[in-house]
Design a binder for this molecule. Sequence first.
Ligand SMILES: Cc1cc2nc3c(=O)[nH]c(=O)nc-3n(C[C@H](O)[C@H](O)[C@H](O)COP(=O)(O)OP(=O)(O)OC[C@H]3O[C@@H](n4cnc5c(N)ncnc54)[C@H](O)[C@@H]3O)c2cc1C
Length: 411
Amino acid sequence: MKVAVIGSGISGNTLAYLLNKNHDVTLYEKDKRIGGHSHTHEIVINNKKVNVDTGFIVFNKKTYPLFTSLLNNLGVKYENSNMSFSVFSKENNFEYNGTSLNSLFSQRRNLLNPKFLKMIFEILRFNKESIKLKSKTILLKQYLKNNNYSTYFCKNYILPMGAAIWSSDIKTILNFPAHFFIDFFKNHGMLSVTNRPQWLTIKGGSQEYVKKLTSGFKNKIRLNSKIKNIVRYKSYVVIEDNKSKEKFDYVFFACHSDEALEILKKPTADEVKILSALPYQKNDIILHTDSSIMPQKKLSWAAWNYNIDSPDDSPITLTYNMNILQNIKTKEPLLVTLNPKLPISKGKVIKKLQYTHPKFSKYSVSAQLKNKIISGKNRTFYSGAYWGKGFHEDGVKSAYEAVKLFEAVIK
Ligand SMILES: Cc1cc2nc3c(=O)[nH]c(=O)nc-3n(C[C@H](O)[C@H](O)[C@H](O)COP(=O)(O)OP(=O)(O)OC[C@H]3O[C@@H](n4cnc5c(N)ncnc54)[C@H](O)[C@@H]3O)c2cc1C
């Protein structure tokens, strides 16, 4: 079959990798590079060349089984990463880093702060109690209220954690279905102190896996090809990019839900309903070396550093410490900040970027269950990390599922 894949993120690249075995594939990518959210920058810092990622950074073997097996089949090298989390407020001179007892009390006055000590007990209580949740309908905000969790625990621990994981504002996290939130914590060993997976990162940056994954169909990738219009007929599909029009037997969407809706000439009522229940939100991202936006004490610095000074409905302010996450040694810290609240010194900015993340809600969780209502119909298949919890494993899983469905449809 002659098939088109739209988007070269993990989902589109996995699709093309699988489809290329038996079909004639063309992969369209609007950008000038392959990878989507797998985005490595080759930079020179203090006269040293380093590869640093600003999108996808970490995975683990336990909750990324398909992605790990793909990497192993391709012979991609990876190494241990370090995941740790800090929360801080510049406005209230508050900070802690959950890595060790020493860093938890990086501000020694918290040893005598009853609210802080209560928060620690509430973390242990949440870990123990939340796994018992049975309801599929209760929202996180209701769950926290019904179980009497303090505002202090919510503001300084559980909500920043969720907001950092999903790069979403606090208000959105409060409206997550509680089971969606808690399942992720449970699966990632975040509800126990001992059962945590070893996080990993690709040696040399995510571009290394992208190169290997796409090497078999490199000549079939069209870069700088923004799809503008897709018209589906009974026996074929016409795809129009910024240069030409071409006929295909089938089309696979591996771009985001909103981007798919935008380029479909005549989406069906189901497509409009389901895809628009899976919206995305923008985040500004800055790669830089300005440590003034980190917690004040070095002991409070973690791999992920969440600044709680932004209002609940504003985009989150989070800084990834790339030295810790990717084992990069540089004299100045190499940092990636989402939506900085405080200005970053101009001379310390390396790159400015923008990415969009899925904005999950009870509506999106229910729309995800309806993938098969639109996928496999009208010569169209859908994949993308947004069909799961928004991570690399979800992208790979969605690609495997779309190819399986496709093989059944054309049989
Ligand atoms: C800052 C950041 C950090 C992250 N860290 C992690 C992490 O550590 N671990 C993890 O598992 N996940 C992480 N993620 C989540 C990440 O989004 C997913 O893991 C995954 O990479 C998303 O893949 P995707 O294929 O669904 O979409 P994308 O990677 O976004 O790919 C979609 C592609 O479609 C292309 N496209 C869109 N419209 C068109 C069009 N009209 N024509 C042609 N091409 C088009 C886009 O240019 C893009 O290349 C992170 C995300 C961000 C932004």
